[in-house]
Design a protein around this ligand. Sequence first.
Ligand SMILES: [N-]=[N+]=N[C@]1([C@H](N)O)O[C@H](CO)[C@@H](O)[C@H](O)[C@H]1O
Length: 839
Amino acid sequence: MNPPINEMMQSQIQIEDDRTGLSIETLRRAMADNLFYILGKYPAIANNKDYYMALAYTVRDRLLHRWLNTYEAYMKPEVKIVCYLSAEFLVGPHLANNLINLGIYDQIRQAVQESGLNLQELINTEEEPGLGNGGLGRLAACYMESLATLEVPAIGYGIRYEFGIFDQEIREGWQVEITDKWLQDGNPWEIIRPESEVYINFGGRTEPYQDDQGNYRVRWIPEYVVKGIAYDTPILGYKVNTANTLRLWKGEACESFNFQRFNVGDYYGAVDTKVYSENLTKVLYPNDEPVQGKELRLQQQYFFVSCALQDMIRIHLTESENLDNFGDKFAAQLNDTHPSIGVAELMRLLIDVHHYSWDQAWDITQKTFAYTNHTLLPEALEKWPLSIFGRLLPRHLEIIYEINRRFLDQVRMKYPGNNEKLSCLSLIDDRGEKYIRMANLATVGSHKVNGVAALHSELVKKTILRDFYEFWPEKFTNVTNGVTPRRWMVVSNPRLSELITSRIGDNWIKNLDELRRLEQFVDDGHFRYQWREVKWGVKQDLANYIEDKLGIKVSPDTLFDVQVKRIHEYKRQHLNVLQIITLYNRIKHNPNLDFTPRTCIFGGKAAPGYYMAKLIIKLINSVAEVVNKDPDVRDRLKVVFLPDYNVTLGQRVYPAADLSEQISTAGKEASGTGNMKFSLNGALTIGTYDGANIEIRQEVGEENFFLFGLKTEDIDQLRAKGYNPWDYYYNNPELKSTLDLISSGFFSHGDCELFRPLVDSLLHSDPFFLFADYQSYLECQDRVSQAYKDQEYWTKMSILNVARMGKFSSDRSIKEYCENIWYAKPVPIEMKDYVQADA
Ligand SMILES: [N-]=[N+]=N[C@]1([C@H](N)O)O[C@H](CO)[C@@H](O)[C@H](O)[C@H]1O
């Protein structure tokens, strides 16, 4: 017999309080309940991983109301949703960030403490989802967090790789890649959505036919079909009710087991479609920039994009008759060309499945899509051989031909008889083996194209997309990258955040321009003292981590000179090493040299197939081995390579830096985002006139930025008149002795061959102009050493750097995308109780 209503409501409210209450007692009980009922453990047999999971579920309970209220609010036809299509989302660990964005960090810390546990230890047990390579993937994550904090409806669409970016181990100085089993202990932050399944075709052929109304149509008869299943992760805004969704797709077999095959003993055949389908989303391609034209990569791209577009159409048709206003409901951003097949896929879905005319479909497509370019590197511009493309996506090839035919008709109109223009603008590169140019497809199919920093966007218009810019100047714009201050300041650097808040309140966390108010305290000696104390404390933490992980003793009294980012020749980690060897030589030649003690810290993964990048890692570790134990150096110079650099380690490193190395060859780093994270944590930048360095210098003031090196125009002139690295080698004794020391085998136990490929590449071609910038860099580093001696002066520059970095919040970037590209507006979420909630 059911209990009387109010008793039921009472127990319901009780349950509700248990699952959303924030009193310390309720939180403690919730953790204990989850440990028992979800993890099936009791304290005596539980470890930190179990407690972490129990806590994660406790926190998840306290965001579900926001999440479901947000989801429901977006289902209204008038609500425009931003869909961020990205092959990478480098979200980082969730727990600490969710506690900060829910505003419950202190309650949870107390509840965990009263349970006899340590919150930071539980936070450190979380395995981060490494679903990205570097800047592009992390930018997508910062943007998703800012979209939620600004209460802009958004869905992030991507791939749920079973194995993310490899874990990096360093063995005898060499990088070794370890499979990233991030899911092995389960993932409490995602919810599977079986009802979201969609079907994705591959291969086969197309067939024209006439439908019942006599319309000519085309059907696609695929060779095989894969099922796409969505896994949703909530993306919380900071202290708002909004919780947007990151919807990542996993490939599954339509039929996971074929009994007929099994019955005839064909055991592999019985599961091959299962293996094939799941392989699709098995692993992330570990290349940051250079593309690998592997068929599986194109399959991955088409898979998640088709899942996303079918899902968007399903959402639209739950509230609208047809897809006429699809471009008003959704703004789909192409995060580089990786999802650009979406242009042809939306055309296919609109024409073949929903029977729109070509022109109607094309209007909807161009209105829906916008494209962000993230790199100028020629080897990073995706182009697919027609052979692979046509075999895998026969219908899309037909559609791309038709898009191209109609587009080139327009081009002929504007440039009659100009075949050069036609072949430059064509979606098809038909010189030699034919290719589909994905950047051209993305540009033609989008209403807006943007670069990621002012210089980069100008170079996009002047170089790789020049002809398109001349054809459609109004399409091109810039949105300089940004980073979220929640993860990169509040979560990563609580001590600095508290010091800032103690002086200007905490509005800066949601309105980063407020940091400017710190300027009034730059002449306050006590504030500068507090500023240095915070930095010293964080440096001590990193020093402890380095000793614990690597057994290397470094002192927080030294200048922490840090370069962390993917290893790539254009990022010039090897120029930094040349500088270190030069400093070492100076000490060796004059041990009593007046030397500002320095700890040079590196971190970053090299793409497994990128030999030169791996050799650079080996060189860094080899130089470290010699310098760190050389008695003449007397600990005044230390070199450290931090293994397995990722978001979690970044959160340790950015707050601890004094000097941020942003030394790419001018014109090569589209933007950089690490540069912003360092500066927001009080590090001063030594950098070239490249990417967002330029805008950081403009904001913080030239006097608070250590600029060196050639600008893009200088590099172009040098290249034009013929650049001979040997000239620099013979005319600069310090450079020569530095190179000669490497060639002599001094850092490789006498093996002169080990680093020859690197030395030869520099002496014979030096494609990234290290020699040309070497002297300017060394002199700039001397200025840094001088400046660091005057700690009051350095602290003033550090405070001014933070105070003037407001522009580089990803909130500002998202506001620009909303105003100039997506035409999307905030939709504040009213919290409705699904059951009596007292959160
Ligand atoms: N691909 N890609 N490009 C990059 C980074 N490597 O991920 O995108 C990042 C995000 O836009 C940029 O900051 C960076 O300069 C650029 O090289």
